[in-house]
Design a protein around this ligand. Structure first.
Ligand code: FPP
Length: 254
């Protein structure tokens, strides 16, 4: 308990990342270590989602994006996909009240058309019921991959060129960013991946060009508030240069 208090006190609340993105990995291994089916890990991962969202909102983080289901996850055994869809339906439904109590707005990025109709229904309802919340936007990336999102953006831009409303010379980074799934979502300053894997696995490819990466050895169902604090503290000790030299940074800051 003492340890928790100390860690949260060490977070500099004036220099928080505005947007944190998380690759929640290791549910399957967590279950296997306990001799259980993979879905047992996903079920236990829900508590980590709750704690992380609550901790981020309490600190004052404005956007939290969780990689909940990747395009590649469709290739998992049908039983596991069905169990994940069921878990999403139940969890989204159960959490609407907590989201509202915490003033958190639920949003989605990804190829939602592909989702199970029941998931789509629950999501639409949860998004509508939390639409007025302003403390933090909680984005779920569902049926999502970074390359898919970039292809989707290219398609939208190509259509405008075809329609004659845009010339190729007008295509720039700003327009590409604005053609992403959630144009108002700022690039994440911090990306966390759990389970000791050192990859970004097709998550927010366009948006993470300058993102600081934090790799936690914890498996996702073990990830708790203090693990989020640890990642933020680590981030706050880094110098973000965006291609400038150290001297320029120091000079600019006076
Ligand atoms: C990765 O672990 C995790 C997932 C593919 C699913 C994440 C889902 C949850 C945490 C539960 C529901 C979430 C919400 C937002 C309600 P893995 O299965 O790849 O683990 P492994 O690498 O050990 O096999």
């Amino acid at each position: 308990m003492m340890e928790n208090n100390n860690l949260i006190d060490t977070v500099d609340k004036t220099r928080l990342p505005k947007h944190i993105a998380i690759i929640m990995d290791g549910n399957g291994r967590w279950a296997q270590q306990r001799g259980e089916q993979r879905v047992f890990g996903h079920n236990n991962g829900v508590q980590s989602v709750r704690e992380t969202a609550e901790a981020a909102a309490e600190l004052g983080v404005k956007y939290l994006t969780l990689y909940a289901f990747s395009t590649e996850n469709w290739n998992r055994p049908k039983d596991e996909v069905d169990a994940l869809m069921h878990l999403l339906v139940v969890t989204i439904n159960n959490e609407i009240k907590t989201l509202n109590d915490n003033n958190i707005r639920l949003r989605v990025i990804g190829n939602i058309q592909c989702m199970d109709p029941q998931v789509k229904k629950e999501l639409a309802e949860a998004m509508e019921k939390t639409a007025g919340n302003t403390r933090m936007d909680l984005f779920l990336a569902l049926s999502y991959s970074g390359r898919w999102e970039i292809v989707d953006a290219i398609r939208k831009i190509a259509q405008q060129v075809k329609d004659g409303t845009l010339s190729p010379g007008q295509i720039n980074e700003k327009l590409v960013s604005a053609s992403m799934n959630a144009p108002d979502l700022p690039d994440p300053e911090l990306l966390i991946r759990t389970s000791g894997e050192y990859r970004t696995s097709n998550f927010l490819m366009w948006q993470t060009a300058y993102t600081e990466l934090f790799f936690s050895s914890k498996l996702w169902p073990d990830f708790r508030k203090e693990d989020l604090y640890e990642a933020i503290i680590d981030f706050q000790h880094r110098e973000r240069r965006f291609g400038k030299t150290s001297e320029q940074i120091i000079n600019c800051k006076g």
